[in-house]
Write a protein that binds this ligand. Structure first.
Ligand code: N01
Length: 522
């Protein structure tokens, strides 16, 4: 995305606008930067004491990005010297802090401040937002609100009987207790998603024993250079060959990420086994399954447990350079696949009647992903409550706007997540460019409010649902956090990256209802 290129007339008209941005993570910083460049008045509220969002909060051992950094970075802030292809969390946090400092973004960020409730004022045509500050509560007024709160930032603890009874320390992977020394301890880990996949190999050698409770195995794609340094020669090319970095980024998006989509696209006429969704998907499965099996020679019992029975692409696939399987084969590590029955004062009991005792339990059980914008309370036109309107099934137009909720713009909203293709930063850049375009539209038309037309919103979501039904993650035999409580895929974008880029180049005024006041004017 580029700096907003607004003429003086637009800039002058936009000066009447004030925008509240919620969140100072990757998307919030980007929004702040573009608003700054456009000359629009804004403030950012951030619940944490620093910028960085997910890269500030997740500090578990081994935490790193699993999209290559050459695409997981802002297009306008390339780093020709990423130390590794997939950087660790401290490197990422430094990168985002560096962007905040370089563009002097912190001056308008209010830290330790939480947006709790926002109510649309029909008559004045603005949002009244109640924010909780370190010293109390206050009201903020804004013509528009941009939420940049992520999809994966409210840790989810499992509903397992007796969870509160365990006497030892317990914590969630996203709230890592660095004060709990794991060395020499008997540790249980519940969950085998992306987070566990990264920290289990890191802690396995330090603890006395490690028991990993797996409900469903993840697919791990073999990526030999996952933890490796970027070769010096590549950095040299990035630095010295004109446009090499841009070409590399484009190539990654095109070949390495969007290029995987056909492998996880369902054949509507597929009559094969439900472990795959197409012939290509079945072949892909066989290839990855063999890559897993060769890592545990002589352990068919383990191989059987770790090879998923759902189609590849059904859930988030993880990157694997061998450390996961190596950890599971250590003498002090056990992989338990019997369902957990109960947590007791001293340990965990499984459905097969076995009890195991632990000193520490770590929950790697993911996030409340489908509860978009939760726990904020949001009331739009006529006092409509957003969470009641959604009723557990969050939808938006292009992931960003919702009928009856004027001037509320979401980044990383419903159906803007990706499973195999790309980088969320790409989506955020597209969304922010579009949102800035919406503010431009308001400024240039002199209108006060905009919201998507109901028919446009519905047609878009019908297209999204049809797309997701054709993907491995939409297959009926797959359950995952990509599906909400209604069973609909509310997280994922089912198309190519370029499709989102094209759809969000600029808002089409015909898609919106624009209004001057409480009266709607089409
Ligand atoms: O969480 P998850 P995560 N009893 O929801 C299991 C991003 N991310 O924090 O599959 C037993 O994937 C659950 O089992 P099942 C990335 O988008 C990125 O690991 O539901 N087990 C699953 O195994 C990722 O996808 C990065 O059957 C229970 C696990 O807990 C997303 O965040 C790194 C259970 C939860 O896995 C979330 O990843 C980390 C129960 N009651 C995260 N409830 C990188 O970029 C849940 N589980 C590298």
């Amino acid at each position: 995305s580029k700096e907003p290129n607004w003429g003086e007339g637009t800039r002058a008209a936009a000066r009447r606008l004030h925008v509240l941005v919620v969140g100072a993570g990757m998307s919030g910083l980007l929004t702040a930067l573009r608003l700054e460049q456009a000359g629009v008045s804004y403030e950012v509220v951030e619940k944490n004491a620093d910028v960085g969002g997910t890269w500030l909060e997740n500090s578990y051992p081994g935490c790193r990005v699993d999209s290559s950094n050459h695409i997981y970075s802002y297009s306008f802030e390339p780093n020709h010297f990423w130390p590794q292809h997939y950087s660790t969390q401290p490197v990422l946090l430094d990168y985002f802090r560096g962007v905040a400092d370089r563009y002097d973004l912190k001056k308008k960020i209010r830290f330790d401040t939480v947006a709790e409730e926002m109510v649309w004022d029909e008559t004045r045509g603005l949002w009244n937002i109640r924010v909780r500050t370190p010293t109390g509560s206050e009201q903020v007024e804004a013509n528009a609100v941009v939420t940049a709160v992520g999809q994966l930032n409210r840790p989810r603890y499992p509903e397992i009987k007796g969870r509160e009874r365990f006497a030892g320390p317990t914590f969630h992977s996203a709230e890592w207790r660095h004060d709990v020394d794991l060395s020499g301890k008997r540790v249980a880990v519940i969950g085998t998603g992306a987070s566990a996949y990264q920290f289990v190999p890191e802690i396995a050698g330090k603890v006395a024993s490690l028991t990993v409770f797996q409900r469903t195995p993840p697919w791990g794609f073999p990526v030999a250079h996952y933890h490796e340094d970027v070769p010096e020669g590549m950095n040299w090319l990035m630095e010295h060959v004109p446009f090499y970095d841009k070409w590399y980024r484009f190539w990654m998006f095109w070949m390495v990420t969007d290029g995987l989509l056909p492998m996880v696209t369902a054949d509507p006429n597929w009559a094969g086994p439900p472990i795959a969704v197409s012939e290509l998907n079945l072949g892909f499965r066989q290839m990855i399954a063999s890559a897993i099996a060769v890592q545990a020679p002589g352990r068919p019992d383990l191989v059987e447990k770790v090879i998923p029975t759902y189609p590849i692409g059904g859930k988030r696939a993880l990157l694997d350079n061998g450390v996961w399987m190596a950890a599971l084969q250590r003498d002090n590590v056990e992989l338990v696949t019997d369902p957990i029955a109960e947590i007791t004062e001293v340990g965990i009991e499984t459905a097969d009647g076995k009890s195991r005792e632990f000193d520490v339990i770590i929950y790697a059980t993911g996030f409340h992903a489908s509860r978009f914008l939760w726990p904020m309370k949001i009331k739009g036109r006529g006092g409509a409550d957003l969470h009641e309107t959604w009723a557990g099934d969050a939808k938006a137009y292009l992931g960003m706007t919702i009928p009856h909720f004027p001037n509320l713009f979401m980044i990383y909203g419903p159906n803007t997540n990706i499973v195999v293709n790309g980088s969320i930063i790409f989506f955020s850049e597209c969304s922010v460019r579009y949102i800035i375009g919406c503010l431009k539209l308001l400024a240039e038309t002199g209108m006060i409010a905009m919201e998507p037309r109901q028919d446009v919103f519905e047609a878009f979501n019908t297209r999204i649902d049809e797309g997701n039904r054709l993907m491995a993650w939409g297959a009926p035999q797959v359950t995952s956090w990509y599906k909400n409580e209604t069973g609909r895929v509310s997280q994922n974008w089912p198309f190519a990256l370029v499709d989102y880029w094209r759809a969000t180049l600029a808002p089409d005024p015909n898609d919106f209802v624009l209004s001057r006041s409480a009266e709607l004017v089409s």
